[in-house]
Design a protein around this ligand. Structure first.
Ligand code: SF4
Ligand code: SF4
Length: 157
């Protein structure tokens, strides 16, 4: 087989010069180049960011917190997501609701820099209060602080 050499056998002159392999490499690159020029619509790459890839329905994008009909967070600050998170990204501070029956998060911070998008927080939530269905994946910021999403940011979507 071309390009495969038995281990332990010294390289011959052709192999030591690398010329054949360099020529083979160039030929492969030129063949790809020519094919991409002729068949541009078959290229696997896209013109990102102008062109966006269509994501599968089950794609795990940035998190969001869901709301009840009255606009309050569905979250009851049970800490299940925080406990289930293997990357320690979620930090919650609980307070009591006005009706005194349930808790609500006074603070809900999600550090997306730590997140590994495993979805365990979503699985752990007993109230369907946290989802990863925003489809957002362009998660960049000017500083680290802007990538720690707070309650209001997570409720916005
Ligand atoms: S997706 Fe995984 S790593 Fe990210 S916040 Fe949820 S549990 Fe943590
Ligand atoms: S998002 Fe769900 S799991 Fe997390 S604290 Fe709120 S209710 Fe509990």
């Amino acid at each position: 087989m071309i390009g495969v050499r038995k281990i332990g056998r010294p390289m011959d002159l052709k192999e030591r010069s690398y010329l054949v392999e360099v020529a083979r490499g160039l030929a492969i690159s030129m063949a790809h180049f020519a094919r991409n020029v002729v068949k541009q619509d078959e290229m696997p790459t896209i013109q990102y960011p102008e062109e966006k890839r269509v994501l599968p329905e089950r794609f795990r994008g940035r998190h969001r917190l869901t709301q009840r009909e009255d606009g309050t967070p569905r979250c009851v600050a049970c800490f299940c997501c925080q406990t289930a998170c293997p990357a320690d990204c979620i930090s919650i501070e609980a307070t009591e609701r006005e009706d005194g029956y349930e808790k609500v998060p006074a603070r809900f911070d999600l550090n997306i820099l730590r997140c590994v998008f495993c979805g365990l927080c979503v699985e752990a939530c007993p109230c369907d209060a946290i989802r990863m269905d925003t489809g957002k994946y362009e998660l960049s910021g000017d500083d680290r602080g802007s990538l720690i999403y707070d309650l209001n940011t997570l409720l916005k979507d």
